[in-house]
Ligand binder design. Structure first.
Ligand SMILES: [Zn+2]
Length: 287
């Protein structure tokens, strides 16, 4: 079992350069993953991205990159799809500079299409992105379509799995809070997590062992996700403890990116919960 934890974006209270983040996470906070945020556009310079990658490898911090929010692979407007593909390609290029494992992105909106039409449009666009990336000689980073939190967005668990089955070079990014919000509070206990994990295993096999995940508590309404909540706020799900138990019992190697308003602070909290769960599990095994 090798589980990594880290924040989605700069740690709170950290004021240094972006290249300094891996050292800060590892040395000051004991964390080992970092999701670089390019959500308002991919602007990082190659030299900086490479320096970030070198620091990450030096401190054994696994990098990922969150692509711009302005992506819609199932728009009615062809120009929007082309611009979206372009943003994904730019994200893949920047991710390759920093040696990131995966480019995380929200595939798009139904835009008045049927779910099936929207999914087909996303799959076609993603195949095109992969071909173009190969033509450009971009090697390394995978594409990670993420389960999305709003009902207007393409990105149910089934849709994300279909994209990963249909497009080589795609791995699912499991945002547990988004699934919880989309499904109106479906994640309550170990069984709820296992239901999802079993589906992923059945459809995608061994990929399930190394999932890239997002975690936060979430407030939701009729249309899905409303806002992220911290781990200590009561009255919101999903709960982290049962996920920690599932991870420990199955020996999964998940990477868990904290998207809580407390980012790295809640990443540390989740890591502590996992360590406690692991010790309890070991004690039980020995007795
Ligand atoms: Zn996201």
């Amino acid at each position: 079992m090798k589980v990594r934890f880290g924040p989605a974006g700069r740690p709170l209270g950290y004021r240094g350069s972006i290249e300094g983040v891996p050292k800060y996470l590892r040395v000051t906070e004991g964390l080992d993953a970092f999701e670089y945020q390019a959500v308002r556009g991919v602007r990082i310079k190659e030299v900086i991205a490479r320096a970030l990658g070198e620091e990450a490898s030096k401190y054994d911090v696994l990098l990922s990159l969150h692509a711009p929010y302005a992506i819609n692979l199932s728009s009615r407007n062809k120009a929007v799809i082309e611009a979206s593909k372009d943003r994904l390609l730019k994200s893949l290029l920047a991710a390759s500079w920093m040696n990131a494992r995966v480019v995380v992105f929200h595939p798009g909106y139904y835009s008045g299409f049927s779910p099936k039409e929207a999914l087909t449009s996303c799959i076609d666009a993603l195949r095109d992105v992969i071909t173009k990336a190969q033509d450009m000689g971009i090697k390394g980073p995978l594409l990670g379509p993420e389960t999305t939190g709003k009902l207007s967005q393409v990105g149910s668990l089934d849709e994300i799995i279909s994209m990963c089955r249909e497009v080589e070079g795609c791995i699912p990014v499991i945002d547990w809070a988004h699934i919880h919000a989309r499904e109106k509070g479906s994640i309550r206990d170990k069984e709820s997590y296992m239901r999802i994990i079993d589906i992923i295993e059945r459809e995608l096999g061994d990929l399930v062992k190394n999932l890239h995940c997002h975690f936060t508590k979430v407030e939701f309404g009729d249309k899905g996700e409303r806002r992220h909540r911290t781990l200590s706020e009561s009255g919101y799900g999903p709960p982290f403890e049962p996920l920690a138990e599932v991870i420990v019992e199955h020996g999964f190697n998940f990477t868990i990116i904290s998207e809580s308003p407390l980012l790295d602070k809640d990443a540390i909290r989740m890591k502590d919960i996992l360590i406690r769960t692991y010790s309890k599990f070991k004690r039980k095994e020995q007795s």
